[in-house]
Design a protein around this ligand. Structure first.
Ligand SMILES: Cc1cc2nc3c(=O)[nH]c(=O)nc-3n(C[C@H](O)[C@H](O)[C@H](O)COP(=O)(O)OP(=O)(O)OC[C@H]3O[C@@H](n4cnc5c(N)ncnc54)[C@H](O)[C@@H]3O)c2cc1C
Length: 329
C-alpha cells in the first residue's frame, strides 16, 4: 500500500527532503507557512559549498555530509559554480592564515602571480592566499526556486502554501518536521545563532569565487552573485534575536568588505538580512524519531552542506527502514 508522506517547512531541509523522497518514487505533500518556499533562514545563506574550509572549526561529520551534499548539488542543480574558493588575510594577520592552513586540507598556497590569474582585482592587495580548488558555490535563492519548480513539474509534489501547521496535527503515515528554528517548541536543546548579512552592488570590482578574509574580530566572506551583486556575510552571534541587523554588525561587515577591497566603499547597499540558524549544542544536524514524525534539524551554518545528505538518510529511513546512528541522536 502507498504510504502518505507530509513535510512541514520548505526551506533547504524541507525541499531537499521532498526531492529525496520523490526520487525514490514516493508521493509527498509539503506544508509551508509562508507564501513562497525558502524564505526562512535558507534565504539569507551565502551558498558556499566550502566543506574543506569549514573543517577549520567543524566536526568530521560535516566533512562527510558535505562531500555527499556537494555531489548532490552538482548532480541536480545546473548552476553550481565550480571555481573553488580563496582565503586571504591582511599582511599583519598572516599567522592567522597559517593557523587556518594547519587545520584544513585540500588547498594550495598561492602567491601574487596566481592570485592575479584567479582574481585580478585582489592581486595588488594580497601576497599570498589559500586556494581551495575543489570547493564550489551556488546562489541559494536560485537553487531553492529550481528545486521547488522541479518538485512541482517533474514529480507533481503538492505544495500547500500559507499553511502554518503543527506536524502532530497531520494524519499522514509519515511526517517530516523541517521547520528549522521554529521547531524549538518540541526540540528544547535547539538554540538560535544569529546571522546577519548584506547584499552590495558595485561594478568596480569583479570576483569569480567566494573569498574569505581572516580577521581577528570578524572573519567575513564575500560571495559573488549575478549582475555585480555580492553577498557579504555573516555574523555569528549566540542569540535568537531575529530583528534587524545591528549598527555594530553593519559597520563590521562593511569594514571587512572595505579591507578586502576599497572599491566596496563605493558599493550600493541593496539589502540587509538577519535570521537565526537552528543549532544543537554540538552544532551538528540531527534526525530525531518521534513516533511517526522525523524531525530534521540543527543545520547551523551548514544548511546547503548538510541538508541533501540528511534528506537522503531521512528518505532511506522511511522507504527502506534504514538506521543512521551518526545523525540519529
Ligand atoms: C546570514 C546567514 C548566512 C548563512 N550562510 C550559509 C552558507 O553560506 N552555507 C550554508 O550551508 N548555510 C548557511 N547558513 C545556514 C543556513 O541558512 C541554515 O542552516 C538553513 O537555512 C536551515 O534550513 P532549514 O530548512 O532547517 O530552516 P528554514 O530555512 O528556516 O526553513 C524552515 C521553513 O519552515 C517553515 N515553517 C516553520 N514553521 C512552520 C509551520 N508550523 N508550518 C509550515 N511551515 C513552517 C518556515 O516558513 C521556513 O520556510 C547561513 C545562515 C544565515 C542566517
Amino acid at each position: 500500500m502507498t504510504k502518505t508522506i507530509a513535510i512541514v517547512g520548505s526551506g533547504v531541509m524541507g525541499l531537499t527532503t521532498a526531492h529525496a523522497l520523490a526520487l525514490r518514487g514516493q508521493s509527498v505533500t509539503v506544508y509551508e507557512q509562508r507564501a513562497q518556499s525558502g524564505q526562512g533562514c535558507s534565504w539569507w545563506a551565502g551558498g558556499m559549498l566550502a566543506l574543506w574550509c569549514e573543517m577549520e572549526s567543524a566536526e568530521p561529520l560535516i566533512g562527510e555530509l558535505g562531500l555527499e551534499s556537494l555531489s548532490y548539488w552538482r548532480t541536480h542543480f545546473p548552476n553550481v559554480i565550480n571555481k573553488g574558493s580563496l582565503v586571504v588575510a591582511p599582511p599583519r594577520d598572516t599567522p592567522d592564515l597559517k593557523r587556518f592552513a594547519a587545520r584544513t586540507s585540500q588547498f594550495e598556497w598561492i602567491a601574487r602571480e596566481r592570485i592575479a590569474a584567479l582574481e585580478p582585482d585582489l592581486a595588488e592587495r594580497f601576497e599570498t592566499a589559500l586556494y581551495f580548488g575543489e570547493e564550489a558555490h551556488l546562489d541559494p535563492r536560485q537553487a531553492l526556486a529550481f528545486l521547488r519548480k522541479t518538485l512541482e513539474t517533474d514529480f507533481k509534489v503538492q505544495f500547500h502554501m500559507q499553511t502554518a501547521i503543527a506536524p502532530e496535527a497531520i494524519a499522514s503515515d509519515h511526517v517530516l518536521d523541517c521547520r528549522g528554528y521554529e521547531a524549538r517548541d518540541v526540540l528544547p536543546d535547539l538554540r538560535g545563532v544569529k546571522g546577519e548579512m548584506l547584499i552590495l552592488r558595485t561594478k568596480e570590482i569583479t570576483l569569480a569565487r567566494p573569498v574569505r578574509l581572516l580577521h581577528p574580530r570578524i572573519p567575513v566572506y564575500i560571495v559573488p552573485r549575478d549582475d555585480h551583486h555580492f553577498m557579504v556575510g555573516a555574523t555569528m552571534i549566540e542569540s535568537s534575536d531575529q530583528s534587524r541587523i545591528s549598527a555594530r554588525s553593519m559597520v563590521e561587515l562593511l569594514n571587512a568588505a572595505y579591507a578586502l577591497h576599497p572599491a566596496f566603499g563605493e558599493a550600493e547597499i541593496l539589502e540587509t538580512g538577519t535570521d537565526v540558524r537552528p543549532a544543537f549544542p554540538d552544532n551538528l544536524p540531527r534526525i530525531r524519531r518521534d513516533g511517526k514524525i522525523l524531525r530534521l534539524n540543527g543545520l547551523y551554518r551548514h544548511g546547503y552542506l548538510g541538508a541533501p545528505a540528511i534528506a537522503r538518510r531521512a528518505a532511506e529511513i522511511i522507504v527502506e527502514g534504514k538506521i543512521f546512528p551518526e545523525v540519529e541522536r
